[in-house]
Design a protein around this ligand. Structure first.
Ligand code: CA
Length: 143
């Protein structure tokens, strides 16, 4: 199972990578929207965890372009933005689900991905890794 984490915040990216790798998922990390876009176009992933506020190309832009090109891979948006219109915009842009940081419920949502037919053998214990993360500094703009 290959997972791409597109997240510019190093601590968050590391927590996600550690948690997923501990469950034996094959994890790649992209630190910008542009890098994430490049990787999705050149490699095959079973799931993409996509931050919205990214340098060089934001998450919505990346997602919209990928869906226009026919990408079917499940995408979970990860972001500190929690306004209702942001959630709707994310889902309208082709996301399969939308999670607001911190990711206490990511674990449960990843379990849910399995029911869409992706080959998740069992639920990753992500909660152990994300619980300790501090809330984003400086509000949503910092994420
Ligand atoms: Ca970010």
């Amino acid at each position: 199972m290959r997972v791409l984490v597109v997240e510019d915040e190093r601590k968050v990216a590391k927590a996600l990578r550690d948690g997923l790798e501990a469950e034996r998922y094959d994890v790649s990390v992209a630190a910008s929207g542009e890098e994430g876009f490049f990787l999705v176009n050149h490699q095959t992933f079973d799931l993409v965890l996509l931050d919205l506020m990214l340098p060089r190309r934001n998450g919505i832009e990346v997602l919209t372009t990928l869906r226009k090109r026919g990408l079917q891979t499940p995408v979970l948006i990860l972001t500190a933005k929690d306004a209702v219109e942001d959630r709707v915009h994310g889902l309208d842009s082709g996301a399969d689900d939308y999670l607001v940081k911190p990711f206490a419920i990511l674990w449960h949502r990843l379990c849910g991905i399995g029911s869409w037919g992706a080959p998740w053998g069992r639920c990753p214990r992500m909660a152990d890794y994300v619980r300790g993360l501090p809330a984003p500094q400086g509000g949503a703009a910092a994420c």
